[in-house]
Design a protein. Sequence first.
Length: 52
Amino acid sequence: MSQALSTDVLIVGGGIAGLWLNARLRRQGFATLLVESAQLGGGQSVKSQGAR
């Protein structure tokens, strides 16, 4: 028997933007589901962290 998932927002991608959006929406009371095919936050580069 399969079970259905219920969510307000589906976030595809667990990079820094996806993680930030997930946290922000959950603080506002939304039910979120974040899906990522690799390591969470793993797609960050040195440049995305403010290094030159």
